[in-house]
Design a protein around this ligand. Structure first.
Ligand code: PHE
Length: 345
C-alpha cells in the first residue's frame, strides 16, 4: 500500500507539473484529491488495516495529500500569473504609435463664393430668398417679359418636364415670385441656386451651374444705385482697387440692360491672358427692372422702380481662384477640392 501511495504521489506531481493552464490543473486536483479520487479511496480502505499499521499509514496518506496540495497551490500561482500576463499583453496599447489622422473637410469653392456674396449683401440689408429648381414656364419666361415664341427664349433652351414645367434656366424667376409675394412692398433680396441649360459641357460651359440673383425694388431706385452696389461687389470679390464698367446689353426683363466688367485682378488693367489682353473681365448681367415685369407682378411702374442682376457663381470662382475648367467644380476630385484647405481668409 505504501508502494501504491508513493506511485500515486509521483503520478500526481508529474501531472501537476505538466498542467499548462488553470483548467487542466483543476482536472488534476479533482482526479487525485477529489472525493472519488484514489487518495480518498486509500483512506477509506484504512479500516482493513491492523490497528498498529493504521496510524502509520494515516500519517503517510496525509503527508502525500499535503505534499500534492502544496504543489498544486504553487503551480496554480504560477499559472494564474501567466494568465494575467497574457491578458495584459493582449490588451496592451502602444501609446507611442502615431494616431490616425482625422481628415478635415472644407467648404466647396462654389459654396465659398456664394457665402461671401451672401455676407456682403446681408451686410447691406438684403434678405436671402430661395427659389425652386423645377420652375413653371410662366415664372422662368412669361413673367419676365418673355412670352411664348419670343426669340430670346432660344438663348436659354432647357430641359422641359412638361409643356409648362422646366428646369429653370436662370435664377431670375425668383424676381417674379418675390414681387408677386411682396404685393407692392419694397424688396431687397439675393437668391443663389442651381440653374440648367441645354448646353454641351466643355471647359467653360455646363448644363448645370449656379447663379446668384439680386433684386431691389422701391421708390427712386436708380441706375446709379445698381452701379454703386456692383462696385461694392467687385471690390469685395476681387480687391479694393478693382473698378467696374457697364456696357449696353439686352435682357427682355431689364431696360436698360448692361453687361458688367471688372478691371482685371491679375494685370490690373494693362492686359494679360486672364482678361484676353483687354484689361476687363465680364462678370455679370444686370439692368433696371422692365416696367412690364413690375406691372405683371402687381407693382405700379410709375411709382416704383428697381434693379436686378445675375451673377454666375462658377465664373467668379474660376476668376478668383484661377480655375481653368468649369468641370472641376462638379467631379468631386479631392486633388482639386483639397487645394481649398486652409486657404480660408
Ligand atoms: N438672368 C440673366 C441670365 O441668366 C442675367 C440677368 C439677371 C440679367 C438679372 C439681368 C438682370 O443671363
Amino acid at each position: 500500500m505504501e508502494q501504491q501511495l508513493k506511485q500515486l504521489e509521483q503520478e500526481a506531481l508529474a501531472k501537476l507539473a505538466a498542467a499548462s493552464n488553470l483548467k487542466e490543473l483543476n482536472d488534476v486536483r479533482v482526479a487525485y484529491l477529489g472525493k472519488k479520487g484514489p487518495i480518498t479511496d486509500l483512506l477509506k480502505g484504512m479500516g482493513k488495516l491492523s490497528p498498529e499499521e493504521r496510524p502509520k499509514m494515516g500519517a503517510l496518506v496525509n503527508t502525500v495529500r499535503e505534499n500534492v496540495t502544496a504543489q498544486l497551490e504553487a503551480r496554480a500561482a504560477v499559472l494564474e500569473a501567466q494568465a494575467i500576463q497574457e491578458q495584459l499583453e493582449k490588451e496592451s496599447i502602444d501609446v507611442t504609435l502615431p494616431g490616425r489622422k482625422i481628415r478635415q473637410g472644407n467648404r466647396h469653392p462654389l459654396t465659398r463664393v456664394v457665402e461671401e456674396i451672401e455676407d456682403l449683401f446681408v451686410s447691406m440689408g438684403y434678405q436671402i430668398a430661395e427659389g425652386t429648381e423645377v420652375e413653371k414656364d410662366y415664372y422662368n419666361f412669361e413673367a419676365l417679359n418673355l412670352p411664348k415664341g419670343h426669340p430670346a427664349r432660344d438663348m436659354q433652351d432647357t430641359f422641359y418636364i412638361t409643356e409648362e414645367t422646366l428646369l429653370r434656366t436662370h435664377t431670375s424667376p425668383v424676381q417674379a415670385r418675390t414681387m408677386e409675394a411682396k404685393k407692392g412692398e419694397p424688396i431687397r433680396i439675393i437668391s443663389p441656386g442651381k440653374v440648367f441649360r441645354r448646353d454641351n459641357d466643355d471647359a467653360t460651359h455646363s448644363h448645370q451651374f449656379m447663379q446668384i440673383e439680386g433684386l431691389v425694388v422701391g421708390e427712386n431706385i436708380r441706375m446709379s444705385d445698381l452701379k454703386g452696389t456692383l462696385d461694392a461687389l467687385a471690390k469685395k470679390m476681387f480687391g479694393a482697387e478693382r473698378e467696374i464698367r457697364l456696357r449696353p446689353s439686352f435682357f427682355p426683363f431689364t431696360e436698360p440692360s448692361v453687361e458688367v466688367d471688372v478691371s482685371c485682378h491679375k494685370c490690373g488693367g494693362s492686359g494679360c491672358n486672364v482678361c484676353k489682353q483687354t484689361g476687363w473681365i465680364e462678370i455679370l448681367g444686370a439692368g433696371m427692372v422692365h416696367p412690364n415685369v413690375l406691372e405683371m407682378a402687381g407693382y405700379d411702374s410709375k411709382k416704383v422702380s428697381g434693379f436686378a442682376f445675375g451673377i454666375g457663381a462658377e465664373r467668379i470662382a474660376m476668376l478668383k481662384y484661377g480655375v481653368d475648367d468649369i468641370r472641376h467644380f462638379y467631379t468631386n476630385d479631392n486633388r482639386f477640392l483639397s487645394q481649398f484647405h486652409r486657404t480660408e481668409e
